[in-house]
Design a protein around this ligand. Structure first.
Ligand code: 2P0
Length: 325
């Protein structure tokens, strides 16, 4: 049976065990999936049922500064606020750091800064775990490859494995039991005038984590068995649209993919609904824009907020229709 610990040992077997420098700093961009990751075939190793594909949010993400700590516990600061020991975020991070301590009495001091709202469906955990792994790589002077860092970040949070690169990244699900072939792969695509804008509907942390919601969907939704086929079809369309820079094809496939993901979770027992009345109102506005020949599309993650996809050609029209973005 493969565990997180055995995978970390495998990747770091010939690497340095003690910090090679005083402190290290790294930034990772957040990413938004155009084709979603929803469901695991292995909960321990965050191995997904399907591939997924994301675009990076560039300058929006998380910066970590990390060093060893003299105290008898990890110290975590997020956006200038010291996080208490019993907070779930601190526990999750310390638990993940257990995989990398040179000895059980080694603790980390972590200073984290995000310029995206935490836990509001804006992929803050993806950029956080990717930045954490990059900063550990520097602190210990491991000199891991980006693929190895992607696998290590995935052990913290699945979608973090897509945050190691800019631009468009496909997370290949892999087939190996140890997950060594399940990591991000950057796509050789640039699309300079593609834009993603965030419609903030709710900044509060979500009431059900995506991890719990994902598991409940896989275990109880009668619609989940249709999901892998949907993803295969959407991935073909999205990749073809990226190659030809076809916003209509890209937008339609991404929108359908998000709606299909939410349909599977709505049919879980008990049902899971992240949308709020305002979410549906904005969806209708997006469709109204399209009826008026403004090519704009939405995608939605595990939260009420929507992300709009469009090209710079219609930026003015989008800002006029959605002044809150
Ligand atoms: C995604 N989401 O592809 C999908 C779409 C949310 C909706 O990846 O349990 O925080 O840590 O592997 O990565 C959010 O799930 O879950 C996510 P874990 P993660 O972006």
């Amino acid at each position: 049976m493969h565990t997180k610990q055995s995978i970390v040992q495998h990747i770091l077997k010939n690497k340095q065990k003690l910090p090679g420098k005083q402190s290290a700093e790294a930034f990772a961009s957040s990413n938004i999936a155009l084709c979603k990751y929803w469901g695991k075939r292995n909960d321990e190793l965050n191995l997904p049922v399907t591939n997924s594909l994301s675009m990076s949010l560039g300058e929006y993400g998380t910066r970590f500064t990390i060093r060893s700590c003299e105290e008898r516990d990890d110290i975590l600061w997020i956006n200038h606020e010291k996080i208490t020991d019993n907070s779930p975020i601190k526990k999750r991070l310390s638990h993940f750091l257990d995989l990398f301590r040179p000895d059980p009495d080694f603790y980390f001091h972590i200073d984290s800064h995000s310029n995206i709202p935490i836990a509001a469906g804006l992929a803050s955990s993806a950029s956080a775990f990717a930045a954490l792994i990059k900063s550990l790589d520097q602190l210990f002077c491991w000199e891991c490859t980006d693929t190895e860092l992607s696998i290590l970040a995935r052990l913290g949070s699945g979608s973090a494995c897509r945050s190691l690169w800019p631009g468009f990244v496909e997370w290949q699900k892999g087939t190996l039991d140890n997950g060594m072939d399940s990591h991000g792969v950057p796509l050789n695509v640039t699309w300079a005038d593609l834009r993603l804008a965030i419609v903030m509907i709710d900044q509060n942390p979500k009431t059900i984590s995506s991890r719990v919601a994902m598991k409940s969907t896989v275990d109880t939704s009668p619609l989940y068995r249709a999901w892998p086929d949907c993803v295969s079809q959407h991935l073909v369309e999205i990749k073809s649209a990226l190659m030809t820079q076809d916003i209509e094809k890209l937008g339609r496939a991404a929108e359908q993919n998000a709606l299909a993901m939410h349909a599977t979770m709505m049919s879980s027992q008990p049902g899971i609904i992240y949308s709020q009345p305002e979410t549906l109102k904005i969806m209708q506005q997006v469709w109204q824009c399209r009826a008026e020949n403004i090519p704009v599309y939405f995608t939605q993650d595990a939260g009420a907020n929507l992300k709009l996809l469009f090209t710079t050609e219609v930026t003015d029209a989008i800002l006029a229709r959605f002044p809150q973005v």
